[in-house]
Ligand binder design. Structure first.
Ligand code: ADP
Ligand code: MG
Length: 252
């Protein structure tokens, strides 16, 4: 019990939120109690799972010490999946967190009382390596790194791995990379195949076997507040996220 995954990459638009929402939904669907924690002020995971982005208390109040995680966690429409939502006021935490005592361990400490209730907890990180992402990396056991299957895919990954090594050394010795995940892969293009080969050669054994295809259904699902497995259970995107969830659970 109690596996905690951060979904992190300082680049925006690479599929972090999509992966957090859909892996959480697939794992819950498989019968494991699952918690999705949104720590991005954009609150895309919160909205993408069907909750409003102005709930109080939210992760902001939890990190500030004004609410306990238990008070902020809400049920979702998906059986077995609960959500600790974000709201735009979380942007203030980037300024405020560094001034608070134990600023880097606040998320880990806040989740300590609830993490054993869930087989899996997924932390959807913002697109930066700032204080919120550091809190996620300190709270997590493993990191999933979505990588958009595009030119420049490798750019920035070295910096991210340096940050992971630093957090592991200074703050969280348990932290390991669960895997890099190739997202938005367009199998019709030679570029996508070349990028996939390059990433696999560069990081042997670190890349998930499952590749997430570029898929219209995945892109439109958040506008319905649904994970893709409920928006269109039989599309290629739903199949891929089910496969990924199996791989994640098998490696856990
Ligand atoms: P991040 O959280 O890293 O910023 P998102 O998960 O929000 O990235 O994805 C960025 C955009 O791309 C969103 O509009 C999302 O719906 C879309 N998207 C993500 N993955 C796919 C995919 N496999 N196929 C098509 N669209 C996708
Ligand atoms: Mg996001």
């Amino acid at each position: 019990m109690g596996n905690v995954y951060a979904i992190a990459n300082q680049k925006g638009g690479v599929g972090k939120t999509t992966t957090a929402v859909n892996v959480a939904a697939c794992i819950a669907e498989a019968g494991y109690p699952t918690l999705l924690v949104d720590i991005d002020p954009q609150a895309n995971a919160t909205v993408g799972i069907g909750l409003p982005k102005d709930l109080e208390p939210s992760i902001y109040e939890v990190l500030s010490g004004d609410a306990r995680a238990e008070e902020a966690i809400r049920p979702s429409d998906i059986p077995g999946l609960e959500v600790l939502p974000a709201s735009p006021n979380l942007a203030g935490a980037n300024m405020e967190l560094p001034r608070l005592a134990g600023s880097e361990t606040r998320l880990r400490d806040a989740l300590a009382s609830v993490r054993e209730r869930y087989a899996f907890t997924l932390l959807d990180c913002p697109p930066s390596l700032g204080p919120l992402t550091v809190n996620a990396l300190v709270a997590a056991d493993r990191v999933i790194v979505p990588v958009q299957t595009e030119y420049f895919a490798l750019e920035g990954l070295a910096g991210l791995l340096d940050t992971l090594a630093l957090v592991q050394r200074e703050l969280n010795p348990r932290l390991t990379v669960a895997g890099m995940l190739l997202t938005m892969h367009d199998g019709r293009t030679r570029l996508a195949r070349d990028v996939e080969r390059e990433v696999r050669e560069h990081f042997p054994s670190l890349v998930f076997d499952t590749v997430i295809p570029r898929n219209v259904r995945i892109g439109e699902a958040p506008s319905f507040g649904l994970p893709v497995i409920h928006h269109d259970p039989h599309c290629a995107g739903a199949d891929a996220y089910f496969e990924l969830a199996k791989e994640v659970a098998a490696r856990a």
